[in-house]
Design a protein around this ligand. Structure first.
Ligand code: 6GU
Length: 224
């Protein structure tokens, strides 16, 4: 999978993509992530990328031309399956969206700053808009890092243990059951007996029950 990201703060994206799973995915050639500095497409001597908004109001708006020029240049190289705009006023990211995106070949992600982008970018170029939750971040970079992490780890071959991505919380709309490792008794606090029983069908039943109970308690909205 190839992921291009357009950003006004490319530095913010260096570290998250050079660690652990994403780093491994890049090294194995399973994911290629390229960051593009929008400033390079800024207008005039000052490389302007934002301006005051029509109709008045506080806050700067990202201009249409630098973004349009950047997107069009990237489109000369490849066709994108999705052009995604990261913004809080959008549907919230969930596991199902991550699963769908992990099957794509080419994704372009635009990260916003300030008051956001000129709305015509959204109507003319963007095919999908994603928020990562009901709170406001300074910019879309950290949100893009969250999206890329959620997607890249699902690409077949990225996680060694294929099973583990499938048994994550949310893959079946349930939270994960509790997990334990040694010691089986820590200062009198014991691991549930069933997990030491060796009775694997019963252990699976127990895990399912726990997943359902925890979801009921912590995130009843997931059960609907
Ligand atoms: Cl995608 N961007 C920003 N700036 N804030 C957010 C967000 C995105 N998702 C939640 N908050």
């Amino acid at each position: 999978m190839r992921i291009d990201i357009i950003s006004v703060a490319p530095d913010l994206l260096e570290s998250p993509f050079n660690h652990s799973i994403i780093k491994r995915a890049k090294e194995k050639g399973l994911a290629e992530i390229v960051i593009h500095d929008l400033r390079a497409f800024g207008l005039g001597n000052y490389k302007q990328i934002d301006d005051t908004q029509f109709g008045g109001g506080a806050g700067m708006v990202m201009m249409i031309e630098p973004i349009a020029n950047c997107i069009r240049k990237l489109q000369e190289e490849r066709d994108y399956d999705e052009i995604i705009y990261m913004t809080p006023d959008a549907p919230t990211l969930n596991q199902s969206t991550a699963n769908t995106l992990s099957l794509k070949e080419n994704i372009l992600i635009l990260t916003g700053h300030y008051k956001g982008v000129d709305h015509r970018i959204r109507t003319l170029f963007i095919t999908k808009e994603i928020s990562i939750g009901d709170y406001v971040l300074t910019g879309g970079e950290l949100a893009a890092a969250v999206l890329v992490d959620a997607v890249v780890r699902l690409i077949p071959g990225v996680i060694g243990d294929e099973q583990s991505a499938l048994t994550d919380s949310f893959q079946d709309n349930l939270l994960s059951p509790p997990v334990y490792t040694r010691p089986s008794n820590f200062e009198g606090s014991k691991v549930p007996e069933i997990l030491l029983s060796g009775n694997f069908p019963k252990i699976e039943d127990w895990r399912s029950d726990q997943a359902y109970e925890r979801t009921q308690q912590i995130r009843p909205d997931l059960l609907k």
